[in-house]
Structure formats: C-alpha cells, structure tokens
Design a protein around this ligand. Structure first.
Ligand code: NAD
Length: 488
C-alpha cells in the first residue's frame, strides 16, 4: 500500500478493485488532501465476501483454538511493533492529539486481539444428562461454531479501536470478516492488512472494502446474502437502515449506536474528581465519543461552583494539531461534522441558552485556518425538551442543568430516546448504587468515566443499541451455540 492511495484488502492482497472510482481523504487539521481512497462497488464487496467464504472453509476453521490465539497474539504484537506508523495514520485521518492515540486508540487496538485470544480459550460448555424414567440414557452437550462471514461496519471517532473491538473476537471465534471502515478514516484499517499477513493470518480471513454507506460499499456489504451477521457501530439512523438490510435472510445484528449521556453530580461528590471526569467526558476526542457526556445535572447547592470550575477547565484546554505539545483538543473529523456541530451552537444561541463559554469556531493561525475547529462549549438555561438536550451533537459541548432531588434527576436523566451510558458523582455509595440501578442505560460509571474492562458487557439500552459485546457476550454473538444429544 502506498501512502497516497488507500486500497482495498481482499484475499490477503491489496487491490484497487474494479469500480475505478477514488475519492479524497481530507486532513481535518488544514483541509489538505492526505491520500486518495478507492471506492468499492458491488463487485469489490462480492470479491471480498467470496474470499471470506472460501477462507471460512479453509485452514482458519481447521486450526485449533490455541493456534488461532497464537496468530492473534502476533497481530497484536505486529500493531505494537508498528506503533508509530499506526499512531501517525490515525492522527492524520482524525486530527486527534498524539497523546490520546498513544494512550488509548493504538494500545487498545492491539489489546482487542489479546483479550479475545485469551477469552476464547476458556469458554465453558453446557451438558445435561437425561435421566428421568421415560427419557433415560442420553446426554446433551453444547458446542460453539463460528457464525460465518461477519460484516463489520465501523465509524470514524476511534477507527482502529472500534474496528478491532469487533474483528478481534470475530476472528478469535473462527469467523472471517469483511470490514467497511468509515469513509473518512480508512487508513489504519487498511494498514492492518499488512500486519495480518505478517502475523500469518490466512488470506481471506480479514478483508477490507472502502467506500461510503448508502448506495455504496456499506450498503452493498450489509445487503450481501452471503454475509451471515453484521456488527455495526455508528449512528442510530444508520443502524435503522442496516437492520432493514439484515432482515433479508434474517441475519443477526449487533449494534452500538448513538447516545445523549447524562452525568449526575450530587452536592456530596468529590468536586475535584467530578470536574476532572466531566472535563474528560465532555471534551475528550473533541467530544466525538459515543460515551461522552452532553447533559450534566448538578445538585443546586454546588451548581454555580461547578459551572465556574468547568468553564475554567474548558477555557484552559489547548486547541491544536495532533503533534502540538500540550494539545488537548484537535479539530472535528470533517467539514460536514463541523457544519453540523456549529449549527447546534447557533441553535443553542437562538433558543436563548446562556453561553458559559465557547459557542463558535476559534480563530487559528493561517496554516490551520481551513481546518475543522470548534470551541469547547458549555451552556446553561435551556429546558429539558430543547433539541440541544434531546439530539446527539457529538462535539465538545455540554449543557448544565441544576436539580433539587434524587427522583427529579433520575426522571431527567431517563427523559431521552437514548440509553448508552451515564455517570454518577457522589461520595455516598448507597445513593450511587440506588441511582445507578434506576438509570435506563447500558453502562453507569460511579465516580469515574470510560473505565473499560473488556470482559464486561458493553452496549446500549433503548435506541443506543442492540445486544452486548465484551467478554463472553462477544463470544455469544460471534458463535453459533449448538446442542448435540447422544443416546447412550
Ligand atoms: P455513521 O452511522 O454515519 O457511519 C458509521 C459507518 O456506517 C460508516 O462506515 C458509514 O460509511 C457506514 N454507513 C452509513 N450509512 C450506511 C448504510 N446505509 N449502510 C451501511 N453502512 C452505512 O456514524 P459515524 O458518523 O461514523 O460515527 C458517529 C456515530 O457513531 C455517533 O452517533 C456515535 O454515537 C456512534 N458511536 C457509537 C458507539 C457505541 O459504542 N455505541 C461508539 C462509537 C460511535
């Protein structure tokens, strides 16, 4: 693969495919062209799915679990050995700070292979002996087999991390994959093909087709009748379209979708920790984190102090390109996303929000003026039915609302179509547990945020997803559980 052309990876080899179409990969820092990406057509998706189907019946399926696990360890080590290359590529595509990709994206990208290579070695089987008088002399036992060819559709906010979070367990369970990475962040997914080859992953086990979603590679993949299951991370509206496609052939889906996540800050919290956690949850990765906090509810006695300190924190964030010393906030990923976030900033102002800080695009130096920068932004004063409180913005912004009682704040936190995650800040652990149990979402953090143990169930309630992945839950999705009944 050359650095100027991002090719598909099919059957163990890079290829420009047959559509002949390419599009530009834009650097979010300054709007310049980083590379050209091949846009996959139906034929390319077909080739990739056929390669995956052939590989499924080949050596990958015949290997022992230990052999597959050893190879996946080599994939993880291969990412680590080329750490700087992955880091550069990820930061160029996304604009995120090196410090963030160094501590989260790339190490987690590697860890996703090791964790599931280990987990798959310890899957228990069920066994039932039939010993009633009329059903004597039979034993049932369960086995798990790979589900087949898995279609993986991934987003742009944590490209390597979220893609390998699906590919790691899928391969550990003996499946083969066709990945369609986000059209705006394809590079690390493409680069991983080289690592797969170096690690000894057989051709056809890991395939990548680039392109867009609707009427492009994404839709062609999800509509393909030879794809057995689809795992998707992205917007709820895209999940709706993919679910329709998957209904043809009754194919299984696992969806990790959008969020409008609340943080609940009680007056008896450790305020330093609550401020530090909310700073990260609202502004890390320029707010482009599905688990990010966009609604903050603060108990009235500490409301003014909390707003003042979060404002100071936001105004202290250094905005700059990935390699800038101390940069905490990069640009948004694309012009389209910048337009979307700035529209919400204008909407908040027009609805009468009190703009505590930010609210627009920062002025950057000449070289960076064409980048997709926005200011970290805090609002107060909007009612809970405002679109700013209902719709996922996915930028570095949050709205802070005061509350007076536990019941009130639980109702406010749950007044949303989404249910991905929440955080609760209080030193009273009885209260923390009581409140956590009543928030309708997949994950609640108490006095923390984004503490992720990959063995735990991960996923969203309501419109934030379908199913759970992580630990044994990933193994549930990526295998077919079968019962064998033996008459003795
Ligand atoms: P997106 O839904 O626009 O795109 C995600 C992927 O889907 C891309 O690869 C895109 O090309 C593809 N796609 C789009 N339309 C398609 C179609 N009709 N058929 C098949 N594929 C299609 O999401 P995004 O903008 O890349 O990512 C941001 C969104 O992802 C946010 O809503 C965020 O909350 C969500 N997200 C959720 C989680 C989670 O774990 N719940 C994690 C990260 C991001």
């Amino acid at each position: 693969m050359t650095s100027r052309e991002i090719l598909h990876f099919i059957d163990g080899a890079y290829t420009a495919g047959s559509s002949g179409r390419m599009y530009e990969n834009i650097n979010p820092v300054d709007g310049s062209v980083i590379s050209h990406i091949c846009e996959g057509g139906r034929d390319d998706v077909d080739q990739a799915v056929s390669a995956a189907r052939r590989a499924l019946a080949g050596p990958w399926r015949d290997m022992t679990v230990q052999q597959r696990s050893d190879i996946l360890y080599r994939v993880a080590d291969g990412i680590t050995a080329r750490f700087d290359e992955f880091l550069e590529a990820e930061c160029l595509d996304t604009g995120k700070p090196h410090s963030l990709a160094r501590s989260i994206d790339i190490p987690r990208g590697a860890a996703n292979f090791k964790v599931f290579a280990d987990l798959v070695k310890n899957v228990p089987a069920e066994s039932f002996v039939m010993d009633t008088p009329d059903q004597q002399g039979a034993v049932n036992y369960s086995i798990r087999t790979p589900k087949g060819v898995i279609g993986v559709i991934s987003p742009w906010n944590l490209p390597l991390l979220l893609m390998t979070w699906k590919v790691g367990p899928a391969l550990a369970c003996g499946n083969t994959v066709v990945v369609k990475p986000s059209e705006v962040t394809p590079t690390t997914t493409a680069l991983l093909g080289e690592v797969m080859n170096e690690a000894g992953v057989p051709p056809g086990v890991y395939n990548v087709v680039h392109g867009f979603g609707a009427n492009s590679a994404g839709a062609f993949l999800t509509e393909h009748p030879d794809v057995d299951a689809i795992t998707f991370t992205g917007e709820t509206s895209t999940g709706t379209a993919i679910m329709k496609a998957a209904s043809e052939g009754v194919r299984d889906v696992s969806f990790e979708l959008g969020g409008k996540n609340p943080a609940i800050v009680f007056a008896d919290c450790d305020l330093d920790k609550a401020i530090e956690g909310t700073m990260r949850s609202a502004f890390a990765n320029c707010g482009q984190v599905c688990l990010g906090t966009e609604r903050v509810y603060v108990e009235r006695p500490i409301f003014d102090e909390f707003v003042k300190r979060l404002k100071e924190g936001a105004e202290g964030l250094v905005i700059g390109p990935p390699d800038m010393e101390g940069a905490a906030l990069g640009p948004l990923v694309s012009q389209e996303h910048q337009d979307k976030v700035l529209k919400y900033y204008d909407l908040a102002a027009s609805l009468g929000a009190q703009i505590v800080t930010g609210g627009g695009a920062p002025s950057m130096n000449d070289a960076l003026q064409s980048g997709f920068w926005v200011e970290p932004t805090i609002w107060t004063g909007l009612p809970d039915d405002s679109p700013i409180m209902k719709e996922e913005i996915f930028g570095p912004c949050c709205h802070i609302t005061p509350f007076d009682s536990e019941d009130e704040v639980i109702a406010l936190a749950n007044d949303t179509d989404y249910g991905l995650c929440s955080s609760v800040w209080t030193e009273n652990l009885s209260k923390a547990n009581r409140v956590a149990a009543q928030i309708d979402c997949g994950i609640t953090w108490v006095n923390s945020w984004f503490l992720r143990d990959l063995r735990t169930p991960f996923g969203g309630a309501k419109q934030s997803g379908i199913g759970r992945e992580g630990g044994v839950h990933s193994l549930e999705f990526y295998t077919e559980l079968r019962n064998i009944c033996v008459k003795l």
